[in-house]
Design a binder for this molecule. Structure first.
Ligand SMILES: [Zn+2]
Length: 218
């Protein structure tokens, strides 16, 4: 435990993923050696200070600086987020247009595409998403430099959010044979782990935006 205040708790290392790139932060619990538990409802990364903050639930009995804790994420929730997030990469591969927005959730997720004047075939999309899931493509990561990324602008699919460059290197996430793009989120190891997907609905959000809403069947 390196700092504690109303804004959140900082640890010297953690397994909690902070909110970012459209994916919510982890929830979970910090266990103290005296048996106390501090429930964490969210994790955020403060862009200005670089602080990785574990946000406790309201009224939590806060630990003190120097305490040792065991940090345990809400794994069932996180696993759903990983499955959902990886499914977004599959969706991206099937709609090769700019991504204008999106949000990953444990219950449902959405991705917006820039598709002026076009409609999407819901059945075709759902069928092909599930085909990619059942084909069990391996998900892996690699790193490239900011310069290498700048030389390959086609790798960046998001139109509004740019990948965080400036640290000198950027993480690329590859779904073998399916998708390759910079991403800082959490993913499953291969696509069969996602399980069956369903497209809840496709909405028109303005003239150019088509919003695809996705849910996990299991
Ligand atoms: Zn990703």
């Amino acid at each position: 435990m390196t700092s504690v205040d109303e804004g959140g708790i900082q640890l010297d290392r953690t397994v909690f993923y902070p909110m970012g790139g459209g994916q919510p932060g982890d929830a979970g619990v910090l266990r103290l050696s005296d048996g106390r538990e501090v429930l964490i409802r969210d994790t955020r990364w403060d862009r200005d200070t670089g602080a990785h903050l574990h946000i406790p639930t309201e009224g939590a009995d806060l630990p003190t600086v120097g305490d040792t804790v065991i940090a345990e994420i809400d794994w069932p929730r996180r696993h759903r987020l990983m499955r959902m997030h990886t499914a977004m990469h599959l969706l991206c591969s099937l709609i090769p247009e700019g991504v204008t927005g999106g949000a990953v959730g444990a219950e449902k997720s959405r991705l917006d595409f820039n598709l002026p004047g076009q409609t999407l075939d819901k059945e075709w999309l759902e069928e092909n998403l599930n085909r990619l899931v059942s084909e069990d493509h391996v998900v892996s990561e690699s790193w490239i430099t900011d310069e290498e990324l700048a030389a390959q602008p086609e790798l960046v699919r998001t139109m509004s959010v740019k990948p965080p460059t400036g640290a000198g290197r950027v993480r690329l996430v590859q779904v073998a044979g399916v998708d390759l793009q910079p991403c800082g989120g959490t993913h499953v190891r291969s696509t069969s782990e996602i399980g069956r997907l369903r497209i809840a609905k496709i909405e028109n959000k303005g003239k150019h935006n088509r919003r695809v809403n996705l849910v996990l069947e299991e």
